[in-house]
Design a protein around this ligand. Structure first.
Ligand code: ATP
Ligand code: MG
Ligand code: MG
Length: 368
């Protein structure tokens, strides 16, 4: 059979590898940490840094197809693999999602709505940049942030000193208008090498301390918002030439959407697809990169996914053992740290209202 290489050894790689092995593929993961979550379910691991070109050469030699589980793949490494004809996803998705400036420009180029933004290169530019945006706003580094890290909310003039320090320390950054959204949603979809797209149902996401906490599906949005979300996905996917599973995070305000950011890979908010759909975001991704036709997607009706962070695991496991209903996923991380994603639980049902009521009654989820 064929061998798939995965760059990055976290939980996304682990779930990708588990699925790919069911389908008969062998897996080699590249990650610097021995026995990382993906290595535990892979056939072999290359223990090396992600930008170690010798390891990249070896991986390319030994694999038929290579993919990644995170977007900060070294671009030179990605270009090398692409030149060898083994990176069906290409490098454009990576280049664009590695940098918020390029990402926002692509969204605009795709004629899709974003919060008003300005790029600042140096601290002197902060003052002018905020003028056309106003307060509240948010300052984010163009590269490298996740889980709300390297972001600063700007409420008033008084925050501009801190903002200038932030830019001096972090370099090129983006200032965005703060959207007073009604809710956050995401759309996970897969685009095949032939350009076919399948969409998973739109998910509604709640964050806690900037980290995804709960995903509820189907999102409680109007048909008009749902079709805007799908059109945005189609248009951005075409502009970039996406291959594989891809995710777009959005804000919903009344009948409007604003694109927040995107990820060129399966996403935490798509984990519900493992149990709640006939084909998961991981399986569809493997099909896309291996050149198999995508499967039509059927959804069972309702899903609620809750992330298990380090500090939640003990109490949650107790609940789960008592109730015994959720589908448990643990990622095999060795060290339990607060705020670290250790696993998730998915509840599925036919109907969202009753599923949600059940979980509220058991205090597994809280109403706002
Ligand atoms: P991720 O872990 O999803 O990659 P990230 O660190 O890249 O997160 P964002 O998704 O840009 O960060 O922002 C984190 C959260 O902060 C968003 O999900 C949203 O709740 C809030 N947020 C970010 N930008 C804005 C904005 N312009 N208006 C309103 N809320 C925002
Ligand atoms: Mg992000
Ligand atoms: Mg985000």
């Amino acid at each position: 059979g064929s061998t798939i290489g995965i760059i990055g050894g976290g939980q996304l790689g682990r779930m990708m590898a588990t699925t790919a092995r069911h389908m008969g593929y062998s897996i080699i993961v590249l990650d610097p940490t021995p026995d990382c979550p993906t290595a535990q379910v892979a056939d072999d691991q290359l223990i090396a840094a992600y930008d170690d070109m010798e390891a990249i050469r070896q991986l390319t030699e030994r694999c038929d197809v290579i993919t990644y589980e995170f977007e900060n793949v070294d671009l030179q490494a990605a270009q090398y693999i692409e030149a060898k004809g083994k990176l069906p996803q290409g490098t454009a998705s990576l280049r664009i999602t590695q940098d918020r400036e390029q990402e926002k420009n692509k969204i605009v180029e795709s004629a899709q709505p974003v919060a008003t933004f300005n790029i600042v290169q140096a601290k002197e530019e902060v003052h002018d940049a905020i003028k056309s945006i106003g307060f509240p706003a948010v300052l984010k580094t163009c590269r490298g942030g996740y889980d709300g890290k390297r972001q600063l909310k700007l409420e008033s003039e008084a925050d501009l000193v801190e903002a200038a320090d932030f830019v001096e320390k972090n370099g090129r950054s983006i200032i965005e208008q703060w959207i007073l959204f009604d809710k956050e949603i995401s759309i996970v979809f897969t685009r095949g090498q032939d350009g076919d797209i399948t969409y998973f149902p739109v998910a509604e996401n709640t964050h806690k301390d900037h980290i995804l906490h709960t995903t509820v599906v189907p999102a409680r949005i109007t048909e008009s918002v749902e079709s805007k979300a799908k059109q945005a996905a189609a248009s951005i996917a075409e502009t970039i030439g996406v291959v594989g599973t891809f995710t777009i995070e959005m804000f919903v305000k009344d009948d409007a959407i604003f694109i927040n950011e995107m990820a060129p890979r399966p996403h935490n908010s798509g984990h519900y697809t493992i149990e709640a759909c006939n084909v998961s975001q991981f399986e569809q991704h493997v099909r896309a990169i291996c050149g198999l036709p995508l499967l039509p997607i059927y959804f069972h009706g309702a899903a609620i996914m809750i992330n298990l962070l380090g500090e939640d695991v003990a109490s949650f496991m107790q609940y789960i053992n008592e109730i015994g209903k959720g589908h448990i996923h643990m990622y095999g991380k060795k060290e339990n740290k607060p705020k670290r994603k250790m696993g998730h639980v998915t509840y599925i049902g036919k109907q969202l209202d009753s599923l949600e009521q059940e979980l509220i009654n058991t205090q597994l989820i809280h109403t706002k």
